[in-house]
Design a protein around this ligand. Structure first.
Ligand SMILES: [Zn+2]
Length: 307
């Protein structure tokens, strides 16, 4: 049995069919964790969809209404880059509910993994890049509204910059946003995060890991969050179809360990999210995400949450 909970719902699948975004990966991660005896059925928690009131802590009433009714303009659909469907909307509301539950469980247990979300390209009033609702921002705002946290840090290691998250928390001294990403990639307009780390094309493990370690250390010296929301994107992988970095599968696991180790040593709870992953072979994407849970198991044992 794992020393923390994994949050999963079959409805996480955005039902995209043959799309570069393999949204069936959430189910495949779940099945792999069970099949490989990494997790038992009792290690999983099932989230409720977020309440509209929670989504409205981040998003405009107009955008929420458009998503719920399906009345999106052609331009809005083009920015979103995924088709509207009732399943898609239900899935992102579930992802946001999962982000809330993961944040709550991280505070209780020191760590929690949500198997969906990290939809960091969603802005308050529009969606972009497969992201309709910024689940992580909803999770943070709900924990703040409940007064279970005051401050939070987003550590976003997806290969693409977290433009929606940066915009949502811009000028908010209670939330620190760190994004480490490929500079020469979508989104080409990069609103400022609290800390942006722009990497050159082809950056591999041996350059990436020391840079992340130094910058994360600097960020945690400057800012003391009550919780870290960690986007463990699989798309810095060297065989990713939408990424241009060159990390190995082992390097990505070392990245996860590095983030967890720094958080654990400072007694900061972590909730993790898969974010992107578009490897030519979906099984590589799934393995990278499964490795995040394995890295957490190594770092967040019995002493989880203890400083
Ligand atoms: Zn990405």
């Amino acid at each position: 049995m794992l020393p923390f909970k994994i949050v999963y719902h079959p409805g996480y699948d955005l039902n995209l069919g043959a799309h570069v975004f393999p949204s069936q990966k959430y189910r495949l991660i779940y099945e792999s964790l069970l099949h490989d005896h990494i997790a038992l059925p009792e290690d999983f928690l099932t989230p409720e969809p977020a309440a509209d009131a929670d989504v409205l802590l981040v998003h405009t009433p107009e955008w929420v209404q458009k998503l719920k009714s399906g009345h999106l303009s052609l331009q809005e659909l083009m920015h979103l880059e995924i088709p509207w469907s009732r399943e898609m909307v239900d899935a992102v509301w579930l992802a946001a509910g999962g982000a809330i539950l993961s944040g709550q469980r991280a505070l209780a247990d020191g760590f929690a993994a949500n198997l969906a979300g990290g939809l960091h390209h969603a802005f308050p009033g529009h969606g972009e890049g497969f992201c309709a609702v910024n689940d992580v921002a909803v999770g943070i705002r709900r924990l703040q509204a409940d007064k279970t946290i005051r401050t939070a840090m987003v550590v976003d290691t997806d290969v693409h910059q977290g433009n929606g998250t940066a915009t949502i928390f811009a000028g908010d001294p209670a939330v620190f946003t760190l994004s480490i990403h490929q500079e020469n990639n979508y989104p080409f307009a990069k609103p400022l995060s609290s800390m942006d780390i722009n990497l050159q094309d082809g950056t591999g493990d041996e350059d990436y890991l020391p840079i992340l370690e130094k910058k994360l250390f600097d960020a945690l010296e400057e800012f003391h969050p009550d919780v870290i929301f960690y986007l463990a994107g699989a798309d810095p992988y060297r065989e990713d179809q939408l990424g241009g970095l060159a990390l190995s599968i082992d390097g990505l696991k070392r990245r996860d360990r590095l983030v967890f180790d720094h958080a654990r040593r400072r007694g900061i709870p972590v909730a993790s999210f898969p974010a992107g992953g578009y490897a030519r072979r979906t099984e590589d994407t799934v393995r990278i995400h499964v490795n995040t849970v394995l890295a957490a198991r190594e770092l967040f044992g019995r002493t989880a949450g203890a400083a």
